[in-house]
Design a protein around this ligand. Sequence first.
Ligand code: ACO
Length: 280
Amino acid sequence: MSEGADVVTCRVAERIAWVSFNRPEKRNAMSPQLNRRMMDALEALEFRDDVGVLVLKGEGEAWSAGMDLKEYFRETEAEGLGAIRRSQRESYGWFRRLRWYEKPTIAMVNGWCFGGGFGPLFACDLAIAADEAKFGLSEINWGILPGGGVTKAVVDLLSMRDAMYLALTGTLIDGRTAAAWKLVNESVPLHRLESRVTELARVLLEKNPVTVKTAKDAVRRVKDMTYDNAEDYLVRAQEAANFLDGTEGRKEGVRQFIDEKSYKPGLAAYDPGKRNGEKN
Ligand code: ACO
């Protein structure tokens, strides 16, 4: 892989967009160039009709070795405060874009995930790791705190003790421990990682996309709300979804269960390809 090659690559197949960190020779460390390319890639894919789920993966041995210590930190700092702020905007910008992405997202963590890598890990709605993957907050090992939202990410995802342990010791945990701590949903052997992620993506593809977007935003939003505010937000969010969903999926879901008796909501999703008994 030459330095001139694209540091972010994308492939769309069967409505799944496979987006890769593609600097394997640098363990997919996030350089300013990679951060810019990732934002471009996310923008290009977000509203494509042939994309229903986005998977973020890493080429080679790493998912991402975090921020690029040379290009993101040292070289940017040498250019002064303006460059530092620009680099921060670029990285935080695509993490944020991913957190509120229109399509559901899955982090497929195949290998190393360090420091700043916890930003996109947290941004993805779901995460499946290889048992062999290694996660660590190495910031403490080179003399900084876990910044760029990383401390917030681990405090939101983990118990205080586990978050503190990672932040203060820089200890590595593998995919299995990450799953036990709920840093990721599951871990599977590396050779099964892609097939498990594909299976999960297909489950998401069966759902009403407006409902999926509404539900994923709701899970993130209500975290910082009082119960009453959350209750109100959820009523408004559902009403907004009813307005946005041109297929009137909610009524169709009820109709297929109550009138047509063609599925059971407790066991599967309604067929969004049908309306009033007719195939679209
Ligand atoms: N920033 C810049 N360059 C990196 C980074 C990084 N985060 N991670 C790896 N590289 C580079 C190495 O400098 C090396 O470059 P070179 O070939 O030009 O010498 C190349 O990638 C390969 O790295 P190795 O260290 O040789 O690979 P190895 O497989 O032995 O080790 C490991 C992998 C453990 C990931 C190691 O590279 C490492 O510790 N990287 C740093 C991880 C880290 O602490 N990231 C920062 C987190 S804090 C934050 O993100 C804010």
